[in-house]
Design a protein around this ligand. Structure first.
Ligand SMILES: CC(C)(COP(=O)(O)OP(=O)(O)OC[C@H]1O[C@@H](n2cnc3c(N)ncnc32)[C@H](O)[C@@H]1OP(=O)(O)O)[C@@H](O)C(=O)NCCC(=O)NCCS
Length: 174
């Protein structure tokens, strides 16, 4: 990752707060609309995102990246407990990253991950886990660049109409 490209953006990573829902939806919905990167198959409303922010788990980490030069949110990342029905998974978190389609490959995702993974460690997580669409080459390369390793493939795990998509499971120990 080039520090220079991040500096060009004047990136600020901070915790998400109520009121950020509009900016988040403005990043997320165009990604969903492409039908290429996410398993989400319907746009998210500002109201639903607002509820998600307010109900976000206390042990979670939710960061937003802003380009201060343009006063514009360019990405966000969530990290949540993998499961809460047992304490056996208390050390495992699940992560999700989204960068504005026009701001990709400028180091935004990497900067978000630096801050998020550091906070995750502070919160006692030992391992971070996620699922990536097998046809999402950029996301796979992104997580690998952060030191995630491929655990395996869940075949035909997502289904869109009649088409199946495999999901690659990746993990990183903190
Ligand atoms: C995947 C995603 C989060 C990456 O964020 P980003 O800010 O573009 O990533 P970065 O600029 O920090 O890239 C870090 C490294 O990841 C790898 N990488 C990222 N995108 C890549 C691409 N399109 N092709 C090849 N390598 C890529 C590179 O190694 C890159 O380092 P480099 O640019 O110095 O070569 C972003 O592309 C995105 O939001 N995509 C749409 C949503 C999505 O797929 N989310 C993940 C769902 S599991």
């Amino acid at each position: 990752m080039s520090e220079k490209r991040v500096r060009e953006m004047e990136l600020l990573v901070r915790e998400v707060q109520p009121g950020d829902e509009e900016a988040i939806v403005a990043i997320l919905n165009p990604i969903i609309e492409t039908g290429r990167y996410s398993v989400l198959d319907a746009p998210v409303t500002v109201e639903a995102e607002g509820e998600f922010i307010v109900g976000f788990p206390a042990r979670g980490v939710f960061h937003i990246a802003e380009d201060c030069r343009r006063n514009k949110a360019v990405g966000f990342q969530t990290l949540e407990p993998f499961a809460t029905y047992t304490h056996a998974f208390d050390h495992v978190a699940i992560i999700s990253t989204a960068v504005d389609l026009s701001s990709r490959r400028h180091g935004v995702g990497t900067r978000l991950a630096e801050v998020t993974l550091d906070k995750a460690k502070q919160k006692g997580y030992e391992k971070v886990f996620t699922y990536v669409r097998a046809d999402n080459d950029s996301a796979l390369k992104f997580y690998r660049s952060l030191g995630f390793r491929v655990v395996g493939t869940a075949e035909r795990h997502a289904k869109f109409g009649r088409s199946y998509v495999d999901e690659i499971i990746v993990e990183k120990f903190l």
